[in-house]
Design a protein around this ligand. Sequence first.
Ligand SMILES: [Zn+2]
Length: 894
Amino acid sequence: MEDLLRSLRNLGLGAPSPSQLLELLDTDEEVQKRLAQLLSLSSVLDGEGGEEGGAGGAAMMMGQDLLEEAVNALLDNFRKTLDRQREVSKKETTTKAPTKVKLAPRTALLARQDAALKRAEQQRQEAGRGYIPRLVVDGKASYHSKRPLASLKRISCGDLNLAPRRYEGAYLLCRVMTPLLLYVGVTFIVDDPSGAAIPVSISHFTSDINQSQSSVSKLLPLGTVLAIREPFVSLDHASRAGPCTGKAAMGIRVDSPTDIVIVEEEDRLLEGVEWKEDLPLSSCPPSTSTVWLRDGFLSRQLRQGFSPPAQPPSLSAIRETIEDFIAFGRPGAAYRELCAARRLALVGNESLKDVEARILYELRAWSGAKDAFASTSAQGSSEGGPDSLRKDTDFAVPISELSPVQAAKRTERRLASESAGLTDEEVASIYFASSGHSPNPRLDTSEYIGPVQVRDIPGAGRGLVTTREVQPGELLLCCRSYGSAYPSDPESLGSPILRLNVDNGVVSTTSQVRAQTNLIHALVDRPDMLAVPVLGLTAGPSMDYSRFVTEPYPLRARMELDPKKAVNEYKSLDVDAAYVDGVLRFNAFGPAQAPASSHSHKHVEESQGELGRSTQPHPLPAILNHACLPNVSSVFFSNIVTTRALDVLPEGTEIVHQYVRGETPFPIRTAQLSKHGFECACSLCILDRADGAEASGRRARITEGESRAVFERSRLLFKSVKLAEVGSTDASLAGEVKEAHEDVVEALKNLRERIDETYSASSKTFPKERAQLKPEVFSTLDRQTRHLALFSGDIDVVLDSAGDALRCVGAQVASQDGKGQILDKLPRLHFDPSIDLVLFVATFLQNRRLKELSLRWVQAAYHAHQAMVGGGQAVFLHRWKSDSVAPALELWLS
Ligand SMILES: [Zn+2]
């Protein structure tokens, strides 16, 4: 990748755009050709083009041809690199007779690493703050050790003489002898006691890939003694952690960072071990506190019975270690270290209360955190800002930035909303915080688990069912993700990650790779809290279930907070990185479709394509099964998802939400769902299947193909219409304009009839159900309603048309003469377009001076909004207020 970027730069071309990066990995020749064209063309447009454009056309064309040829050659070269990588990967899994390898001499390895570090530093400087994509590869085989170190026998580098091979039942004792080279994972050189050296690479070492070499090297300082459990010696060890260059080099490849055990000086493993060679001198300063994937010294000491150090650490040193853990997102280790320090009587029960409060807060132990904050503020140990929090930033401001009094207050609120759910005001806060200044804030809420429980669902694994009857709009879940990652996080900004699985062609992007790392590290930190919620999820049809899948699935992830048990019983988890990858692939939610972005800031994330997606692991919501016709609406607010009932759900009803949008045509939906390995049997799919493949295929072609042209005509006609005046005067359209509208209505009617024909089989078998559900017809009726409102004098015609449209997506529209709610049942598909239509009708009625009826339609839109999103008036207005519907909304507000 780096070579390709440099060569492009030398030709005066820029780096490929995010979507082009993905095309680089596409094996389709046509895609490659077009890519070469685009890459070479972009220079003409961006570069010399401009003012002199048009002059010397022929010469330019010549230049363009040559340029394209050159780019083609570069892409070809890049593809060859990938092909070589594919070959090596194949060799690793199929070779029966591994190659006998000779270890490279120590000095050669050291020189090589030194050069690589210098090169990386130089590249970093060259690119400045520019955009440097990083490419690594992945493959079918992935390893992780499940055996405890004590059960393994020690081997040395000299025993590692075959590659590729996994050395089962053995561990390699070795020492870090160079600084770490950070790319996506890390690569460095180790030596064993005999002085023999070998390169090692570790995947998922850190998710902060923008940190400097010296700060990453502090995580495993020079001289750190490691035991690598059941090492895998690869022909091409660095390809998963370091740049994909197509040049294979033998070394140890660690796929799951939990295979690395940091060995203490006091450990029996080191008895009688003598290191033959001295460590090379290096510029990397030795560091005393390392927090990488292990507990603090005191908690290790208590657990493993090491003899206490002659000089116990000072209070400030203990505080520093614990603060480091909190800063590294490791509240579990912070908690254990604090408990250990208290048990060893190095810290009094009343000191470090402020730190304790923050740890408990991070662990979502609100009531303990509240007490600790309260006692901190009583001691007056630290001063903070003003005590009144600004409401709109409440959920976006981290707890560490609040004064103890503020923090105690907030914790109290978290405690309250954990049992009562979010108020409208709180939903409005998270809504505005998620659409606010920071592109991807991590919002801080408590989790609310409503009247639901986990239950086995025949034929569908586990699912969530209601424990009592719930009403439309009732909040059932409010959950926060664990280990979420956004492409725009500072830890990776400017360095998008691409990981190509050379065996199956699947590409993982920045947020997937980083969320995987985050989760692995969180699992090591809080195994008792997260192992079942995360590893108890399925990792896709091709992966065997983890042992955690058989355990009862918890509604809430909780950590053991008994000070003694937490320290003594902590056991680091052996995490299978590939399983975590599967869990994310099949359970994490892709682009956060924040309700705030659905309107005004449309497609902010989509503009970056696949690479712009965030990865949000939400364990409990992931337990929900799918239905194309959902009975709840799940809405994302940054890292938070809320789930609300769309209908009356009797006790024992399974709640189901959409993995893919139900209004998508059946054949496309089925294809999108196929990766999950189940056949959807929701009521909509039953109907669609009854129509047969030919009819549903024809329907898809009509809605995805020919209807586009009609909709486009409709849109163009509406461009010149002032919506605020729709329907205000009877049939006032000029003759030919009116004709144009009538024409479109005729075309829409035609489309609708052709779509309707495709429902004929299901309409015979399920007449009642199909009459209520024709999602593909919605858009034609929606457009028709708008045209009719313009030129038809008859209000009932417009209302009937709107009513028909809403019925097609599962809503039930009450009769117009009643005084009650307009929507007896909420729409179950086309959520936002339905609300938009209801507001359009309200505006039309208002312009017709039918104020009372108009109010009822606005009320219906508000009711639907509240049931789906919540947040009250403020959010409703922010999402829907526009010039066109303003008159109706203003009337409603007054
Ligand atoms: Zn379905």
